[in-house]
Design a binder for this molecule. Structure first.
Ligand SMILES: Cc1cc2nc3c(=O)[nH]c(=O)nc-3n(C[C@H](O)[C@H](O)[C@H](O)COP(=O)(O)O)c2cc1C
Length: 169
């Protein structure tokens, strides 16, 4: 069962959670959900709102879903799901029914899709999207190293609607 917590009550370290544990980003288009693994992102405050920022390359199928939807979710999973997270991050939903292959079960909260197997779910309302531009890199090495294909990420800032922790109760 999911229990709503306040952003201030989030006990996990954001750097470990996003960078090491990884997350799935999930959104829905025409009644179907797609999700992808992400290990780059952030949480913070802007415009007096508590927000999540995710970075999505243009070739991701999930991008079409996020662009179409008003909301998206990010999810964190127990370590036992590492294999599924690797798969969700190497195969495209264009080529396979990834959700079925992982035996994830799609449910909705705040009118936003998530997977029942997640230990933490954060629902977000899209506020802002912007494609990164090569001319904006102050450190040109960062551009050179990360974008040899010039496939610049689009960043999405989402206002946190709710944070939900899975409880066994
Ligand atoms: C650990 C890990 C982290 C990733 N982080 C990101 C990310 O932050 N942004 C991104 O665009 N792709 C990231 N990817 C790549 C996508 O998850 C991958 O291309 C995925 O297959 C896209 O699926 P889709 O085409 O169904 O959207 C990551 C992959 C892995 C394995």
């Amino acid at each position: 069962m999911l229990k709503k917590i306040q952003p201030e009550g989030l006990s996990q370290n954001v750097f470990s959670m996003i960078g090491k544990q990884w997350m799935l980003i999930c959104a829905e288009k025409n009644g179907t959900a797609n999700a992808m693994t992400a290990s780059w992102g952030g949480m913070g405050v802007i415009w007096n709102k508590q927000t999540v920022t995710v970075y999505i390359r243009p070739q991701r199928y999930t991008k079409e879903f996020i662009d179409d939807a008003d909301t998206f979710s990010i999810m964190v999973f127990p370590e036992a799901y590492r294999k599924q997270l690797t798969y969700m991050g190497t195969v495209s939903g264009r080529d396979e029914d990834k959700i079925k292959q992982c035996d994830f079960h799609t449910e909705h909260i705040d009118e936003t899709p998530y997977f029942k197997e997640a230990s933490l779910v954060i629902t977000c309302k899209k506020l802002y999207a912007q494609k990164m531009l090569p001319e904006c890199f102050i450190d040109k090495e960062t551009d050179k190293k990360n974008y040899p294909l010039k496939d610049y990420h689009e960043l999405y800032i989402g206002e946190i609607i709710g944070i939900y922790e899975e409880t066994d109760a």
